[in-house]
Design a protein. Structure first.
Length: 153
């Protein structure tokens, strides 16, 4: 093999080594489901013109729809145009008689442990000194069609 052929083969070898290293280092990222909350299938159309949904017409407003999900679904108006839907059962323990969340302004509160969650992000608001794994609120897909919202799972 002369020098010219050697230089043609080197980039090809480097390419194969790079691909092999890439494949070796790749690992599957499994989505970790919340072990406390079961999955539900539902489809719900919400007309924001109806009087029972007055609270979600404005940014920061929220409403509980008790007939959806496990303990209900909380719909939160993030900025006037974007809506977020959360499961109303506390995500950090098994559903029980006290696990339905209460809405307190832009927060939701678990009645069992008094955990509080941001309705804007779903994150638990707590001093994380414990080593226990905490789960955020369970999010449901929501689509905005003007005055109609479609919540489904």
């Amino acid at each position: 093999m002369n020098l010219k052929e050697f230089y043609k083969v080197i980039p090809l070898r480097i390419y194969f080594i790079f691909i092999i290293l890439l494949l070796i280092n790749c690992k599957k990222n499994d989505l970790e489901r919340n072990p406390y909350l079961p999955e539900f299938s539902f489809y719900y159309s919400l007309n924001t013109n109806l009087p029972e949904y007055n609270n979600i017409r404005y940014a920061g407003g929220s409403v509980l729809i008790p007939q959806l999900g496990y303990k209900g679904v909380i719909v939160f108006n993030l900025n006037g145009n974007k809506f977020i839907a959360w499961e109303a059962s506390c995500p950090n323990h098994l559903p029980s008689s006290c696990s339905q969340m209460d809405i307190i302004g832009v927060l939701s509160k678990c009645n069992c442990e008094k955990y509080q969650y941001s309705l804007a992000t779903g994150q638990l608001i707590i001093d994380y000194k414990e080593t226990k794994k905490y789960y955020p609120l369970l999010n449901y897909p929501i689509e905005n069609f003007g005055k109609n919202l479609i919540i489904s799972n």
